[in-house]
Design a protein around this ligand. Structure first.
Ligand SMILES: [Zn+2]
Length: 283
């Protein structure tokens, strides 16, 4: 079966949204190809897979993909990105409500390889340094998400040498989006009152920090010992030691890509993420 290009369906859907708003389906072949490519999608229970397929279709209806440097974003690429981006939203209620987490932007820019970004930093002596940073992805507050296609495509490759394999740059960047729903990325997304049995939003945030701060400090220490003194590298991506926001993003990647191992490595964080990503199941 050869489905009409999603871009055309997107345009069509936008035109009729005001009346019946049908969601263009993702074809069975395209969907199968996506879940077979990434083990963490393929091992989801079947009802979750069909929920994810519907959520991804709605996501595609609302987002616009652009290929950088002449890259042609195919339907398969768009579906792979949509499925990974929507995985964290599976248990947040009706698709329209769940997708509200991503409603502050429309554009997704896909690069054919790692992107180089020009950066500027001022050191303690006041000297300005210009440098290039290699990026696999980037998420801007109220702005587009940028992704490198090879990094998107390799998501979920198995662990090796006791360290986490390629996780999911898509989940990583979309976790920054969720984090930034209440201001600049700081590793703490907006939390509902009553979260983890708390009585107020303030108490919910205090409970969140009480779990994350010590875990972050401990992880940073482990990475520093590995870097400077030849200690064992942690399983989780060491990039998480650069800032609480990055720790949150890599922890969420690991939680979705290899949940049992994440629970072993971070027994205090796993229940917090479980409550956050499954609000309906846990009240
Ligand atoms: Zn990041």
């Amino acid at each position: 079966m050869s489905p009409a290009p999603l871009r055309f369906l997107n345009r069509l859907a936008r035109r009729v949204r005001a009346t019946v708003a049908p969601i263009p389906e993702i074809s069975a072949g395209l969907w199968l190809q996506t879940v077979q490519r990434h083990a963490f999608l393929g091992t989801l229970p079947l009802p979750d897979q069909s929920k994810l397929r519907a959520l991804s279709a709605l996501f595609l209806q609302h987002k616009e993909f652009t290929g950088a440097h002449g890259l042609q974003v195919t339907d398969a690429m768009a579906v792979s990105i949509a499925a990974q981006a929507c995985l964290p939203l599976l248990h947040w209620g009706a698709p329209g409500k769940a997708l509200a987490w991503y409603d502050d932007f429309v554009g997704i820019v896909v690069h054919p390889a790692e992107a180089l970004a020009r950066r500027k930093a001022v050191d303690a002596a006041g000297v300005v340094h210009h440098y290039n940073e290699v990026l696999l992805g980037e998420a801007m507050e109220h702005g587009p998400v940028m992704l490198s296609w090879p990094a998107v495509d390799s998501a979920g490759q198995p662990d090796h040498d006791g360290r986490m394999g390629a996780t999911s740059v898509v989940i990583h960047e979309f976790m920054h989006k969720i984090d930034m729903k209440n201001g600049p990325a700081d590793g703490c997304p907006p939390l509902p009152a009553g979260f983890m049995g708390t009585a107020s939003r303030r108490a919910a945030h205090a409970a969140w920090h009480a779990a994350w701060q010590p875990a972050y400090e401990q992880f940073r220490e482990q990475v520093i010992v590995a870097e400077r003194f030849g200690g064992a590298w942690p399983w989780l991506d060491a990039y998480g030691a650069t800032a609480p926001a990055e720790f949150f993003a890599v922890a969420c990647e690991a939680y979705f890509v290899n949940s049992p191992r994440f629970a072993q490595e971070f027994p205090t964080l796993a229940p917090v993420l479980e409550r956050f990503f499954r609000p309906a199941a846990t009240g």
